[in-house]
Design a protein around this ligand. Structure first.
Ligand code: SAH
Ligand code: SF4
Ligand code: F3S
Length: 444
């Protein structure tokens, strides 16, 4: 019996891809190894979004090679594969810096793993690298998806045509493609039959979804959401990540009409300065962003927002940064992710003049995060005393503890019997800090 181990870096799409890769390997007779050192096949599913993410892949690969050598000394063979965005962006770097790997394949070609593994078994010693943007859709060649538990991810769209000037994703995931409505609905039904009560629809630019219906007509995300809302047993729907300028009135209406749509939306603004937004090639101003937030709130008053922010984009002045802080004060995000701008070779912003010093980026990030955390803490504190339906999908570190997600994506810790795993339970919130809530089952 052969064992595999997959290590996932990066975004939710990579988590989804790793889940599907695991199913391919299981269809080939592999079983999951409990540790990396026990695996006959190790796959790194990689991320290239910032320099740190990519560098981590290379340093972890170096460590993995040592594990392979130890296994070799014990007479065991280890096949090493790299998949994901680093492969697409840095195929030559991989061959140069990690020549000991057996294969590498981009995020759009992992459905070819059965053939790749066969070829690898015949030619050890020279890495086999496949970075083609394939004409076929990988989704047509994968084994049926399996539920991940109470909450599953479902990729409906991949790639991006927005070309924000800082971002590598359009070069790694390719141009935007959408899966047909029927395929998404069928996969959602399988996930619900497998025990999922929540589905999080994924895409790099999920609200530009335009999959075809049975008659071949292109339909938008709003249409897809209404189809999914018909599935019995699917109690919660989320979608991520959205591009602000592509939020249309039909999608806004869904937030009013569909109780399954959770009242939490990740809507990255990146900056509050219109000058910087323009240089980033985002198709929204801060005013338009606030207008979209206003419309969404009018449709669903309890809707909460999260965002991504980049500080230290080339040319960002103190004044530009202040505009970002001001926008945060106006929206008061329930959660947020913030990053120092990282230069990505091949993107237009990497060549822009007025790159910002590391010291200033660091200071701005600290100031930004302090403000963001204060709003996050405020929102969490306001939850104390409320009763919230929480979907528990993870076992806590302490015995008898489960961790789940509130409708607003807050982590909730509770002392609950294991039978509540993967179920939605009404929880009275008793305590809150910046990262999580604690509470007890209502009636206890
Ligand atoms: N498609 C999504 C996000 C993809 S990447 C969107 O458009 O919002 C996730 C986040 O990483 C981005 O929102 C951005 O904030 C950040 N990011 C992307 N490229 C970056 C870079 N070069 N440096 C720092 N942060 C970056
Ligand atoms: Fe990157 Fe912009 Fe596309 Fe998001 S919308 S994936 S940030 S290019
Ligand atoms: Fe990273 Fe690729 Fe996702 S670069 S953030 S793994 S789309």
């Amino acid at each position: 019996m052969k064992h595999y181990y997959i290590k996932t870096f990066g975004c939710q799409m990579n988590v989804y891809d790793s889940h599907r890769i695991a199913a391919i390997l299981e269809s080939l007779g592999y079983t999951a190894a409990s540790t990396l050192a026990d695996a006959d096949l190790v796959i790194f599913n990689t991320c290239h979004i910032r320099e740190k993410a990519a560098e981590k892949v290379f340093s972890d690969l170096g460590r993995l090679n040592l594990v392979r050598e130890e296994r070799q000394a014990a007479g065991k063979d280890t096949v090493i594969g790299v998949v994901g965005c680093v492969v697409q962006a840095e195929d030559e770097e991989i061959a140069r810096r990690a020549p000991f790997i057996d294969f590498a394949t981009g995020p759009l070609t992992y459905h070819r793993l059965p053939e790749i593994l066969q070829k690898v078994s015949r030619r050890r010693g020279i890495p086999l690298i496949d970075t083609e943007f394939p004409p076929e859709s990988k989704f047509d060649f994968l084994p049926a998806n399996k539920s991940m538990g109470g909450c599953s991810y479902l990729a409906i769209q991949e790639g991006c045509d927005n070309f924000c000037t800082y971002c590598i994703v359009p070069y790694t995931r390719g141009i935007e493609t959408s899966r047909p409505i029927a395929d998404v609905v069928a996969e959602a039904k399988t996930l619900v039959e497998g025990g999922s009560v929540e589905i999080n629809l994924l895409g790099q630019n999920v609200n530009s979804y335009h999959g075809v219906d049975a008659a071949g007509k292109e339909r938008n995300l709003a249409w897809l959401l209404r189809c999914l809302a018909e599935i019995k047993g699917l109690e919660r729907i989320r979608y991520t990540t959205s591009y602000p300028a592509d939020i249309d009135d039909e999608l806004i209406a869904c937030h009013h009409d569909l109780p399954q749509l959770m009242p939490y939306l990740h809507l990255p603004v990146q900056s509050g300065s219109d000058k910087i937004l323009k240089a980033m090639n985002r198709r929204h101003t801060s005013g338009q962003y606030l207008e979209i937030i206003g419309k969404l709130k009018a449709a669903r008053p309890d809707l909460q927002f999260s965002s991504d922010f980049i500080v230290g984009f080339p040319g960002e002045t103190d004044q530009d940064f202040e505009a970002t802080l001001n926008l945060i004060r106006q929206v008061g995000f329930a959660q947020a992710f913030s990053f120092k701008y990282s230069r990505r070779a091949g993107t237009p912003a990497a060549l822009m003049p007025n790159q910002i010093e590391e010291k200033i980026k660091k200071q701005r990030l600290e100031t930004l995060q302090e403000l963001l955390f204060s709003y996050q803490l405020k929102f969490n504190k306001e939850s104390v005393g409320k009763i919230m339906p929480v979907l528990f999908d993870i076992k806590g570190r302490h015995k008898g503890e489960l961790i789940g997600r509130s409708p607003y994506m807050q982590n909730v810790h509770s002392s609950l019997a294991a039978e509540y795993l993967n179920r939605i339970v009404n929880i009275k919130i008793t305590d809150a800090n910046v990262n999580s809530l604690a509470g007890q089952k209502e009636g206890n």
